[in-house]
Ligand binder design. Sequence first.
Ligand SMILES: C[S@@+](CC[C@H](N)C(=O)[O-])C[C@H]1O[C@@H](n2cnc3c(N)ncnc32)[C@H](O)[C@@H]1O
Length: 200
Amino acid sequence: MSTLLFIRDVARNPVRMGAIAPSGRQLARAIVAAAQVAPGDVVIELGGGSGSFTRELVARHPENPLTVFELSADLAAGLRREFPSVRVVAAPVEDFPKVAPSLGISRVDRIISGLPWALWGEARQAAVLDALTPYLAPTARLVTFHYLHSRSLGRVSITQRLLRERFARVTHSAPVWANMPPAYLNIAESPRGCGPLTPR
Ligand SMILES: C[S@@+](CC[C@H](N)C(=O)[O-])C[C@H]1O[C@@H](n2cnc3c(N)ncnc32)[C@H](O)[C@@H]1O
């Protein structure tokens, strides 16, 4: 059902969605594995969409508190129906500082992002990161993805620069060829201003 909602939202708002199809299982597995969620970690998912990453997170880490931000009210409702144990916020991630107190969140350990960074200019990308970074634990980790074909777009290099300005360590995975289209992960660790890299 959520896949149908996803495709309908793509037709209505292709720029907001930033994808022609939901992320595949292999990409979901790779992004959740790269997040290295530990027991007790507070996890935030950005742009839950049809729930590909949410499904994998709930399956692998059912005990971790998970909050998903999803801008589309229809997709947010679909996520709530499919994942009753997950807190779904139907709002832009940029609203995080406004809603964090009512969610009881003062620290974030893991961020998994499905947001369409490559479609956004610098101001919007920075606004999303700056809404979240003050809440990051020193050992926090943010994992996001870009499609391989979008590497030639200037906005991908903007994402990478903005991540490097905010995190001491930013690395990239090998391509996940099984996704359609193929994608790779950006893994950001050690938020700046939170002290040196702390081994888990
Ligand atoms: C590439 S799609 C979803 C990817 C997801 N992993 C999936 O497979 O369905 C990106 C999602 O981000 C949502 N989105 C876009 N901008 C957002 C924002 N500022 N805050 C929260 N969600 C946003 C869109 O509505 C869309 O559902």
